[in-house]
Design a protein around this ligand. Structure first.
Ligand SMILES: NC(=O)c1ccc[n+]([C@@H]2O[C@H](COP(=O)([O-])OP(=O)(O)OC[C@H]3O[C@@H](n4cnc5c(N)ncnc54)[C@H](OP(=O)(O)O)[C@@H]3O)[C@@H](O)[C@H]2O)c1
Length: 202
C-alpha cells in the first residue's frame, strides 16, 4: 500500500468471503472464518496500518458488540479500531464505551467526504457488509476490492457484493495464496464501473 499524499488515498472494501460469495452466514455467523487462517499472517496488519477512517453497517457493528469479550481478548479492547469509525444505521444503537464511533444514515457521499477529511493521506476502509460497499460503489467512490477468499462454501448467507459489475470489469491486480485456507485477490475498480451498478440501492 502506498501512502504518498491525498491523491494516493484509496477507498477500499477489504473483507473475507467464502468461495461462493458470502461474508457471513444468514444469521451473521463468522465461525467458519476463523479456522481458515490467522489474520496476522495475511496482508491485514499492513492494510490496517494505512487505514485512516472506516465505515460499517449496523449488522457488522452488532457482531463486534455481541462478541466484545472475544474481540477484547484478541485486540486488547472491546472496540478493535483506533481509527474514527462511521456506523450506518437508522436505529438508535448503543455506543461502545471509549470507541470513536459516529452513527449516520442515508447518502454515503457526505459521509465519505467526512471520512476522507479524517483519514488525511491514509485510506478509507469499508468494512462491510456487501450492500454498504455497493452503496459506495454506486456513488463512484470505491477504488479497490480486496477479498480473502476462504476455502469453504456456505450455500447461503450475507452477500459479498450484491451488485452486477460487467463493463468495465473489475481489474485483477494481485493474487496471493495464504496457505491452503485462503487466497487474497485484489481488484481495482476503474472509473465508470458505477454506471453499471445494479441491485438494491438505498
Ligand atoms: N467476512 C468478513 O470479513 C466480514 C466483514 C464484514 C462484515 N462481516 C459480517 O457480515 C455481516 C454483514 O451483514 P449485512 O450484510 O447485513 O450488512 P451491514 O452493512 O453490516 O448491515 C446492514 C444494515 O446496516 C444499515 N444500513 C446500511 N446502509 C445504510 C444506510 N445507507 N443508511 C442507514 N442504515 C444503513 C441497515 O440497518 P438498520 O436497520 O440499522 O438501519 C442495514 O440493514 C455481518 O454479520 C458482519 O459481521 C463479515
Amino acid at each position: 500500500m502506498v501512502a504518498g499524499g491525498a491523491d494516493m488515498m484509496r477507498t477500499q472494501y477489504y473483507t473475507a468471503t467464502s468461495l461462493d460469495g458470502f461474508i457471513a452466514t444468514e444469521d451473521d455467523g463468522l465461525d467458519w472464518l476463523f479456522p481458515l487462517g490467522d489474520p496476522g499472517d495475511t496482508g491485514f496488519p499492513a492494510f490496517i496500518a494505512e487505514v485512516g477512517a472506516l465505515a460499517m453497517g449496523s449488522a457488522t457493528y452488532a457482531w463486534i458488540v455481541r462478541n466484545a469479550a472475544t474481540v477484547a481478548s484478541e485486540s486488547g479492547s472491546p472496540w478493535p479500531y483506533t481509527q474514527p469509525a462511521w456506523v450506518f444505521t437508522r436505529r438508535a444503537l448503543p455506543a461502545v464505551p471509549g470507541a470513536d464511533v459516529r452513527f449516520v444514515a442515508g447518502d454515503v457521499r457526505p459521509v465519505h467526504a467526512a471520512m476522507r477529511a479524517a483519514a488525511g493521506d491514509r485510506n478509507v476502509w469499508i468494512v462491510g457488509g456487501g450492500d454498504l460497499a455497493g452503496q459506495f460503489f454506486d456513488a463512484g467512490l470505491l477504488d479497490e476490492l480486496i477479498v480473502q477468499v476462504g476455502s469453504v462454501t456456505l450455500g447461503r448467507g450475507k452477500p459479498l457484493f450484491p451488485r452486477r459489475v460487467l463493463s468495465p470489469t473489475l481489474r485483477l491486480v494481485s493474487v496471493r495464496q495464504l496457505g491452503p485456507g485462503m487466497a487474497e485477490l485484489r481488484y481495482v475498480i476503474d472509473a465508470g464501473g458505477a454506471t453499471h451498478g445494479g441491485g438494491a440501492g438505498r
